[in-house]
Write a protein that binds this ligand. Structure first.
Ligand code: AMP
Length: 422
């Protein structure tokens, strides 16, 4: 009887072939763009105390209540795989005396996140996010800057037409006032609400606005923006002016809310029309001036965003002409044992000239090696045999039109560079 094969866990995926390169290319681009804005890389653990997310992401959110991978380790500690990046980054930065006093502190992060979500296209149980957080100041210019970094990231990824939906949640007082208004509006409707919303009405009324089932009631609900106090209204006005000054388009959407108490002022989501339905958000974020205190840390205002890398990849893969990362563009083949040294020298020279190069010094039929190239999308072969070693040259074969020529190495590198520009 044969042993059954083990499949990848539901909701996870392997990144094979070009997919691995495509994922890393999105992450690299975000690293490059946020570094250009002065954001420093922060790497935090993939698992944390479960309480960090219970407090930071919030009991009462689906992410914590229904989707978190919580477990007890062998030392009986309650841990969780991180469902999002922000609480870990804040925990690390707001607790570190060496960085706590650097205001603003600009941080960037990326990596895998875990949620027990219902898997479907663009939604996984292990997925990747890239994000930034700016800690230490409450200033509309910083909110604008964070949106600017996201905007430049989309542009560097070749993703146009991102719809920025912007809202303000105002101050804590604004929200307490608004919460009362929502409760007054929803209470007479209780019997018509879905089960989740009946619970939300008692536990976290702001989250009623997230409901897709009771969309009709959401559409007619009172609007928080209408009741903002003067100073929070000015803050929101300044954010909008700043975005206009940077030429970043946005739409004010009063339905973009985050149902947690520590969120305040600016909140936003990034949408894209080529993502469907519930998966149309590329990412989101906002200001969370109360979060550090919820985690038991000194008061540290902050603002940030997270983007879903798999969603960025879906859009990029629909765009033609986006380079999905580098696969080798050349295979160097040693035709016999005596040519291995020459082949190695050639491969080293090509790599030094930034030509992605694979080397094959194994015995074997040339036909097979050419077939390997075809499957890997490699379009050039460099062959080194007795004659090439003797003359200090190589034979360059174009696998597409099957022509070949004898050249010395410099000419070969120039020829390959020219072909990449064609
Ligand atoms: P959130 O922290 O829920 O605001 O999520 C930020 C972004 O992460 C979303 O807009 C998605 O792009 C992405 N995201 C969240 N959950 C998933 C998931 N289960 N699979 C893939 N991407 C996700």
């Amino acid at each position: 009887m044969s042993t059954p094969a083990i499949a990848a866990p539901r909701g996870t995926r392997d990144y094979l072939d070009g997919d691995g390169a495509a994922l890393l290319s999105c992450i690299d681009i975000h690293r490059r763009v946020s570094s250009l804005f002065g954001y420093r890389h922060v790497i935090t653990p993939i698992f944390e105390a479960a309480e960090l997310f219970e407090r930071g992401t919030g009991t009462g959110t689906d992410v914590v209540e229904k989707e978190m991978y919580s477990f007890t380790d062998r030392g009986n500690r309650a841990l969780a795989l991180r469902p999002e990046g922000t609480p870990g980054v804040i925990r690390a930065l707001a607790a570190d005396p060496a960085v706590r006093d650097i205001r603003p502190y600009r941080a960037q992060y990326d990596g895998p996140m875990f949620r027990y979500d219902r898997p479907q296209k663009g939604r996984y149980r292990e997925f990747h996010q890239v994000g930034v957080e700016v800690l230490g100041v409450r200033d509309p210019n910083i909110d604008v800057e964070v949106l600017h970094v996201a905007w430049e990231t989309f542009s560097a990824l070749g993703i146009g037409n991102v719809d920025i939906r912007l809202n303000s949640l105002g101050s804590r007082e604004d929200r307490l006032h608004y919460r009362d208004e929502l409760v007054a509006y929803y209470t007479p409707l209780r019997d018509e609400l879905c089960e989740d919303c009946r619970r939300r009405l008692d536990t976290n009324p702001l989250r009623l606005l997230d409901c897709k089932t009771d969309a009709r009631h959401v559409a007619a609900a009172p609007i928080l923006l209408d009741g903002l106090a003067a100073d929070t209204r000015t803050y929101f006005h300044d954010v909008q002016e700043g975005l206009r000054a940077e030429g970043i388009p946005f739409t004010v959407d009063p339905r973009i809310v985050r149902g947690l108490d520590y969120y305040c002022d600016t909140t936003f989501e990034f949408w894209h029309s080529s993502l469907n339905g519930a998966q149309n958000a590329l990412g989101g974020g906002g200001r969370y001036d109360g979060l550090a205190e919820v985690l038991g840390l000194p008061h540290t205002p902050g603002v940030g965003y997270a983007l879903g890398v798999e969603r960025l990849m879906v859009i990029r893969s629909e765009l033609e002409g986006i380079q999905q990362g580098l696969s080798p563009s050349v295979l160097v083949i040693a035709l016999d044992a005596e040519s291995v040294k020459h082949a190695r020298t050639c491969a080293t020279a090509l790599r030094a000239a930034s030509v992605p190069t694979a080397l094959d010094v194994a015995k074997g039929k040339l036909d097979r090696k050419f077939r390997w190239c075809e499957r890997m999308g490699v379009s050039w072969c460099i062959m080194c045999g007795e004659d090439e070693v003797r003359d200090g040259q190589v034979t360059l074969r174009n696998l597409q039109d099957r022509t070949q020529e004898r050249l010395d190495m410099d000419a070969c590198i120039a020829r390959l560079a020219a072909s990449r520009e064609e």
